[in-house]
Design a protein around this ligand. Structure first.
Ligand code: SAM
Length: 210
């Protein structure tokens, strides 16, 4: 995927996050992130494409040692000031994870609504890389738009990652899938009539068993 694609995404999110409002999920963490402590007793978490930090801030409050990477400097600055205000310590990086890769090994990695920006081959490589950068018995939380809905229909020729349930389960075939759910959500994107697009989402929690 070209550098200009990522600078478009970076610009898009920098202007979106410039709003005082929290953009995604009213700042609430996704369900699977809330369930993480059922599967992991503390430790380190890397949140890739962490946005304005709804998941990272929640996990830091739960006592996890959290690192966040995101393309958007504005998103990362918002996380830094929320962490400071809440007396939390979060390690933040403005990074393009696709071209720069992952540093370190973690007890948990979270990827929440980032993979649809990435080409299918890059998303598969990223998931394989995150799996290598996770300790044994570590836990992954992945939430992503699936190949079912308005957003998928609009982007299906883009080559970006909108997996089927089978495809994502195949990528985690050597892991122990503890929780898997799908649901329809209203996305941030709008159609030509200005209405918010709907799309199906999958959330997965998987444990590295080997
Ligand atoms: C839809 S937002 C989701 C933000 C957050 N994870 C959440 O669930 O609220 C997608 C985020 O992925 C980030 N992103 C997209 N491509 C990225 C890349 N190659 N490296 C790092 N972050 C990326 C964007 O900057 C944006 O903040």
């Amino acid at each position: 995927m070209s550098k200009s694609h990522f600078s478009d995404i970076q610009n898009q999110y920098n202007s979106l996050y410039a709003s005082k409002e929290v953009i995604f999920g009213d700042g609430k963490p996704i369900e699977s992130v809330v369930k993480l402590n059922k599967h992991l007793d503390g430790g380190t978490v890397l949140d890739i494409g962490g946005g304005e930090g709804r998941n990272a801030l929640y996990l830091a409050k739960q006592g996890f040692e959290v690192s966040v990477s995101d393309l958007s400097k504005v998103g990362i600055e918002k996380i830094n000031s929320a962490a400071k205000e809440g007396g939390l310590n979060i390690d933040t990086h403005v990074t393009d994870t696709i071209t720069e890769g992952i540093d370190g090994t973690y007890n948990s990695i979270v990827i929440s609504f980032m993979l649809h920006h990435v080409l299918e081959c890059d998303a598969e490589k990223l998931i394989a890389e995150t799996q290598k950068h996770t300790y044994k018995n570590g836990v992954h939380v992945v939430a992503t738009f699936m190949n079912n809905g308005d957003l998928y229909e609009r982007n299906k020729t883009s080559g970006r990652f909108y997996p089927s349930e089978e495809q994502i389960k195949e990528l985690y075939a050597s892991w122990n899938i503890k929780d898997f759910s799908t649901y329809e959500t209203t996305t941030h994107a709008r159609n030509k009539d200005g209405e918010r697009m709907k799309n199906h989402v999958m959330e997965l929690i998987a444990v590295k068993s080997e």
